[in-house]
Design a protein around this ligand. Structure first.
Ligand SMILES: NC(=O)C1=CN([C@@H]2O[C@H](COP(=O)(O)OP(=O)(O)OC[C@H]3O[C@@H](n4cnc5c(N)ncnc54)[C@H](OP(=O)(O)O)[C@@H]3O)[C@@H](O)[C@H]2O)[C@@H](O)CC1
Ligand SMILES: Nc1ncnc2c1ncn2[C@@H]1O[C@H](COP(=O)(O)OP(=O)(O)O)[C@@H](O)[C@H]1O
Ligand SMILES: [K+]
Length: 496
């Protein structure tokens, strides 16, 4: 489909396209360390760089003040011992409270051995008078709940916290809290962020996130073949209309409307139109069509029963099935016919309820857009997994259905059947309003219609949706659709 202008590497404006923001899992982080060692970059050097970055972050953000460094028994603690020494060398008053010592002869033990300054017992009193606490207890790969003694000390902190890698207790893979994790003012992430920095509740606990490069040799991150990214323009390109285009080359989105809530279909249609679909049709029941025609004339063509079925099949067709639909026989038939015709399909809301407990019915869909409740309804036990590991649950659901899964929320996860995952972070809470999800399903349809492959279509749609949502009071779903041109402009100015 002739939607994309060719990428022109000589065009200097394209230099602004950012590098993909990989999110490293603990296992990938371990492999990275190993690969670094094989390439002659020692852990000692990396730890020195990490400790230096932490000390610098403190000096950049705060004036000298009494610092307590909480140092754990592993390499996270090692970073803390290094930071303590550098801050003291810079003239800051520093004390270290160690929670156990690193194993003898370890790199962290060597860092601890170089500390000649004040040591205080690891106790709630130790942090009581601090002006800044550096949390270097445990890193992102925490393997069990935070020990009670560590929790008691972290809970006693009243000063701002600078967290090394993660606020201790935060699971870097999932963003979940293991027992307890403090709320940091700043978190210094090492080399790359982790999924847990972007997923909730982790994102809220990290405060300002600073990602610092530690000096890994070039190529090592690429060699890891990371499959999880922060969602953003590095992962996709938005369709840009060219002079030779006409409406039929920009995709035909058909939104199937239900009889009782046709307003939802109207919002999906508005999302699709604003996001660039060349043609949008709402296929409604007679009753729904009457309602739509009375209310608005903006939704594109409205086709009343009979028959939506007449629209099934045909070039460039994309269906959005579910917003405002009740899971009745008509809806069931339509879903089956669309699947049979092989049209591309976005399934949301009522369309998902049709597949409650029967995810195999979604085989053939391009994108599905469940919120947490719909996800549980369709995928049963994966709904529980989504509570503790949203990316993994979405990935399994994608592999089960062959569809790209958009598991919504303020940290929407987009997962492809081949294992790619994008975690979104630009959505403002003003999106928590009825109908905003309908707008999203329409945008997904428009992206598919304009030729993006399903994973890119879904990730781009989720980003546009977040960028389109106004912040502040009084935002309704219609405003999100109306904000789409502004979101496109934001992308075009920076990345096109
Ligand atoms: N590549 C990078 O990005 C670089 C990373 N670096 C740094 O390394 C840090 C990761 O280091 P790490 O693997 O040593 O893990 P960390 O969390 O420090 O300690 C685990 C130790 O604590 C103990 N333990 C006790 N209770 C526990 C509990 N509840 N949960 C888990 N463990 C518990 C545990 O005992 P065990 O489980 O063995 O009995 C083990 O002895 C990372 O955060 C970053 O700061 C940089 O230095 C260099 C480059
Ligand atoms: N607190 C929030 N912060 C950011 N985005 C949110 C928040 N709550 C909901 N959203 C987004 O708003 C949309 C709501 O969709 P959905 O729950 O399907 O509502 P509806 O069916 O009423 O349209 C989703 O895209 C979701 O990711
Ligand atoms: K930490």
């Amino acid at each position: 489909m002739p939607v994309f202008p060719r990428r022109d590497d000589k065009n200097p404006r394209q230099a602004t396209r950012p590098a993909p923001a990989e999110l490293l899992l603990p296992d990938e982080s371990r492999r990275l360390d190993q690969a670094a060692a094989e390439a002659g970059v020692s852990l000692e050097r990396l730890m020195a760089a990490a400790g230096r970055a932490v000390a610098r972050a403190a000096m950049r953000r705060w004036r000298p003040r009494p610092v307590v460094v909480l140092a754990g028994p592993g390499n996270n603690g090692g970073d803390g011992w290094v930071a303590a020494r550098l801050l003291e060398e810079a003239g800051w008053p520093v004390a270290v409270a160690a929670f156990g010592m690193p194993p003898e002869n370890s790199v962290a033990a060597e860092a601890a051995g170089r500390w000649r300054g004040v040591r205080v017992p690891f106790s709630p009193e130790a942090v009581g008078r601090a002006g800044l606490v550096i949390d270097a207890l445990f890193g992102a790969g925490l393997s069990r709940d935070l020990p009670a003694e560590a929790e008691a000390v972290l809970r006693a902190i009243r000063a701002p916290i600078l967290a090394v890698d993660v606020p201790s207790g935060l699971d870097g893979a999932t963003g979940q809290v293991r027992g307890f994790a403090p709320e940091a003012a700043v978190t210094v992430a090492l080399e790359r962020a982790r999924p847990g920095h972007v997923l909730l509740p982790g994102r809220d606990l990290c405060g300002a996130l600073e990602v610092v490069e530690l000096g890994f040799p070039p190529g090592l991150i690429e060699a890891l073949r990371v499959r999880c990214w922060r969602n953003g323009p590095a992962l996709w390109r938005l369709p840009v209309p060219g002079a030779a285009m006409h409406k039929h080359s920009r995709g035909h989105v058909v939104v199937a409307a239900g009889a009782t809530m046709p307003g939802a279909a109207r919002l999906a249609a508005a999302g699709a139109r604003r996001a660039g679909a060349g043609l949008v049709t709402v296929a409604a029941t007679t009753q729904g069509a009457a309602f739509l025609l009375r209310g608005v004339a903006e939704a594109g063509d409205i086709i009343a029963d009979p028959p939506a079925e007449a629209l099934v099949g045909g070039k460039g067709k994309v269906w959005v099935l579910g917003p405002g639909m009740v899971p009745d026989d008509r809806a069931r038939d339509l879903l089956a016919k669309v699947m049979e015709a092989g049209d591309r399909l976005v399934v949301d809301a009522g369309g998902l309820t049709l597949c409650a407990g029967a995810p195999e019915r979604l085989r053939g869909a391009s994108i599905i857009t469940p919120h947490g409740g719909e996800f549980g309804r369709v995928f049963g036990p994966l709904g529980d997994l989504a509570q503790t590991d949203k990316p993994e649950a979405a990935r399994q659901a994608a592999s089960l259905t062959g569809a790209v899964v958009v598991l919504k929320g303020s940290d929407t996860v987009v997962a492809a059947p081949d294992g790619r995952v994008a975690i979104n972070s630009n959505a403002p809470p003003t999106l928590a309003t009825a109908g905003s999800g309908d707008v999203l399903s329409g945008i997904c349809g428009a992206m598919l219609g304009q030729g993006l492959e399903p994973f890119e279509a879904a990730a781009a749609a989720v980003w546009l949706h977040g960028a389109a949502a106004p912040t502040g009071a009084g935002v309704v779903a219609e405003d999100v659709a109306a904000g789409i041109p502004r979101a496109f402009a934001q992308w075009t100015e920076t990345y096109a």
